[in-house]
Structure formats: C-alpha cells, structure tokens
Design a protein around this ligand. Structure first.
Ligand code: HSE
Length: 341
C-alpha cells in the first residue's frame, strides 16, 4: 500500500495528538490497516513547513513544544506561510483541517476546505465552523470535485456519532435527536453537582486539560453544541440547517444552587442540543438521574428516537486530543478505501 500523503492545516491539540499517534504507532497502523500516513506539510498560525519526502514528526512536535511554532524544522520552515499557501504548493492526497472553530465567517477553515477540494484533495475536517455555516455548499463542492469530505471528529470527539447514526441505524427512521454534545459544559456541570465547584474554576480546569475551545465562550454559551447539532441534523436527518437557524442558550446563568435544587428532586441539569420536527435548539434542561443521557465528566451522550426501534443512545468521550485524533484515523481509512477501489 503506498503512503497516504497528508497536509496538516492547524497544529493544535488534535493535530499534535494525531502526529504523536503516527510517530509512535505508525508500524501498528501499517500492520493493522495498511495505512501509512506521510506528513508532507504542516501549517500553524505563524508559518508552515513543507517536505515532500515527509516531515520528521518528532522534530515538529519538539519545535512546537519548545518554540510555540515550527521554526525548529530547519531548511523546510517558511515563516508567515499560510495554510492556504501550503495546500496550493504541496502535493498531497488528503488535507486534515483542524484550525480553531470560528462561526462568524468560518475562516480561515472555510478557505482551507474550498482550496483543498478545488485542487482535487480529499479532506478530513475537525473544525466545526465551516460545516456549521455552509455544510450543504461544502458537500456539493466535494461532489463536484469528486473528492471525499469527512468530518467524524466534529461531533463526539472519538465517539463515532455520525457514522453510527448513518450506517448502524439504517432501516430505522430517525425521528428526533437529543444529546449532550459538549464535553466542557458537561465537565463543568458535573463538577458543580459533585463538588460545588464554581463555573470559573471548572472551566479553567477544562481549558488546562485541553477540552475547551480556543475561545471557551463557544463552549459555555452553547455555540459549540449548536455547531454539532447542525452537523448531526444535516448528516442524519438531511436537514439543510445552518447555525443561524438554531435557538441557543448556554450554561452561563446556571448556578451551583440550581444544580443542587435539581439534584434534590432526582434530576440534574445538562446542556442539551435537540432537533425535532425541523426545529433545533440548545438549552440547559433537567434530566432524570436515571435517564441514559445522565452521563458525567467529558462524556457525550446522544439519543436517537427511531421508528420502530425506539430510543437508541450512544455514549462516549466527546473531547480531548487523542480521542479526536482517532476520528481522523477513521476518516483517513475511509478515504483510503474509497479511492483505492
Ligand atoms: N470544546 C469541545 C467540547 C471539544 O468540549 O466538547 C470537542 O469538540
């Protein structure tokens, strides 16, 4: 099996975790799946490195740790080079886009995705912004350019929410979807319930542990949940939603007292994203302690109401670098299968 040449656009928690897996577990990926990722380009917000023979990932990770950028990659580093430039200049099979989510214009992610697909590159995207804003158009662009656009990591981290719903629920009609889609909020609400932690302290810990978004207001104000709801609803129910269609309320006005009061009645408070009858909303809701959606910490849980099978709930870790990096590997395997036919 030939190498799969990859450009990493964005070198944050997810891309670095992916690079660590390739670096430490490359032989196992080749043995188990015949997958041989070769990283030929990496871009972060300060510059980029290109090497068609493959970038030394140990060096790249070391440079990022020591210098905060890729400048330690002597001879192949270009200060100020953008992700879009690398996509245009380097030869590759797949672009992995993992720059931070931004939902006003979804940039620079949207430009990266368009540039890659118009150049005939397959794309793995873990950035929710472009899909939350322009999913139908991006899917159309992928079809038009005959490339594969995969985005498993945008919902559920490493938990295969989208593929599960699309493939494993085939044969049942999914009528509505309801779930806990943000690990950071669930971590905060769990700490508030179990330890009476303040929202500020719990959020600071979530940031330190790498769960929160680059801009954590996306988590606590419900925007991240809304992005994931759009992507899930469009993918599973075929709705053509954009984030502008969602009614959004986050957890910023929830107090420890609110959580304790719910607990005294056998309930807990969770940030729920739900879609039913074409209407989608994000808001804190009370959930019975015995309900399958009552998961703790960074766990996500998503409940599909199906006909005739009833409710099917999937639970798994919804945030974290190594977890989300496994979704990138899953998507790469699917791309490899699709074009190896
Ligand atoms: N900030 C997100 C979360 C990361 O906490 O769920 C995963 O999308």
């Amino acid at each position: 099996m030939p190498d799969l040449r990859i450009i990493l656009v964005g070198f944050g928690v997810v891309a670095r975790s992916f690079a660590e897996i390739v670096e430490s577990d490359g032989e196992s990926l080749a043995r188990r799946y015949g997958l041989k990722p070769k990283i030929v380009g990496i871009a972060d917000s300060r510059g980029a490195a290109i090497a068609q023979t493959g970038i030394d990932l140990k060096k790249a990770l070391g440079s990022k740790k020591d210098n905060g950028d890729l400048s330690g990659l002597d001879g192949i580093y270009h200060e100020g080079m953008t992700g879009a430039q690398v996509i245009k200049e380097a030869d590759c099979d797949v672009v992995v886009e993992s720059t931070p989510t931004e939902i006003t214009a979804a940039e620079p992610g949207l430009t990266h995705l368009k540039t890659a697909m118009m150049k005939g590159r397959h794309v793995v995207c873990t950035n929710k912004g472009p899909l939350a804003l322009a999913m139908p158009a991006l899917i159309e662009l992928a079809h038009h350019n005959e490339v594969v656009l995969k985005f498993s990591g945008t919902v559920g981290g490493g938990t295969p929410v989208l593929d599960f719903a699309k493939k494993c629920l085939e044969g049942s009609e999914v009528r509505s979807i309801k779930g806990i889609l943000n690990g950071t909020c669930n971590y905060i609400l769990t700490r508030m319930a179990n330890e009476s932690a303040t929202m500020k302290d719990a959020l600071a810990d979530a940031q330190r542990l790498g769960y929160a978004e680059a801009d954590p207001t996306y988590d606590v104000e419900g925007l991240d949940t809304a992005c994931k709801l759009v992507i899930t609803s469009n993918h599973v129910l075929g709705t053509g939603l954009s984030i502008k269609d969602i009614d959004i309320r986050g957890i910023t006005d929830i107090s420890v007292e609110d959580v304790k009061e719910a607990l005294s009645q056998g309930e807990t408070i969770k940030l729920i994203g739900g879609v039913a009858g074409g209407k989608a909303k994000v808001s804190p809701e009370r959930v019975k302690l015995t309900h399958p959606l009552n998961v703790s910490g960074t766990f996500n849980a998503i409940c599909f109401d199906t006909f005739p099978s009833g409710e099917v709930t999937l639970v798994g870790k919804g945030a974290g670098g190594p977890e989300t990096a496994t979704s990138v590997i899953r998507d790469l395997l699917e791309i490899r299968r699709a074009y190896a036919r």
